[in-house]
Design a binder for this molecule. Sequence first.
Ligand code: NAD
Length: 285
Amino acid sequence: MQVGFIGLGIMGQPMAANLIKAGFTLTVFDRDEARAVPLVEMGAQAGASPAAVAGASEMVVTMLPETPHVEAVLFGENGVAQALEPGSVFIDMSTISPSATVEFAGRLRERSVELLDAPVSGGQPGAKAGRLSIMVGGDRAAYDRALPLFQAMGNNVVYTGPNGYGQKTKLVNQIVGSLNLLAMVEGVRVASAAGLDLKLTLQAVAGGAAGSWMWSNLGPRVAEQDYRPGFMIRHHAKDLRLTVQLLEELGIAAPGAELCHRLFQEAMQKGFGELGNQGLIKLWW
Ligand code: NAD
């Protein structure tokens, strides 16, 4: 199958590589041309624009930073929407606004193109290993057609319901993940202040009821003051902004998520946006 892939950053690069390894024929594009090079070396074609990618593909995947980037790639100049054949499927795997997702899906449906919102969790290690959790919203028949793609990138693919449900599921994921991250950061800080050996503390806590992905994957990085990004603070702050918008729409409070939102805003103001989200600890440490 001919697949287009747009957005070849920390996540998109290894996800596209896994599609090539699984036997899909890829046309790729990133606004930073250099990011296509490793995939072209693996056999992908480089597309000249989003429209050129769409013209060569039955399904197009995007893995872009935020809602405006997805809108521009879809409906902007040389965008995907103008070039996709009726009957094709557009799959957005970025984390963006659920309500914008529903709107984009409606605009594409007028052209007989189905949109699937399919955000992911599992970070850069999950993307590299093809072990992402993928939360899909949209038309069920389009989901069934796209399933082989998802299975090449993830090991936990869940159909969650109509358009927007994938994105809402991801925001729930981000509430739980953010609180786990904050718990990890706080645990490491207190362990350090108490004079504990951080390696031993990480090992002891990982094996008990308080263990988590954040503790096991990002705890060791914090202990070594390694703040290189797997998931950038600016993307995490964006996810919490979307979460707070959803809470407002629902008319409910979620104090833990709101606290994380404030802390990530503070981290942005301090200029930590390009650090990995484990760099949240730099607010105190
Ligand atoms: P990234 O910033 O590393 O990559 C984004 C890529 O999109 C970049 O290569 C950029 O050049 C490209 N891009 C931006 N605008 C473009 C445009 N108009 N046309 C073509 N290319 C464009 O980000 P990432 O970490 O790969 O994250 C991508 C999305 O996935 C975000 O929504 C993020 O929240 C989500 N996500 C990230 C992780 C993670 O651990 N990094 C995990 C789950 C979900």
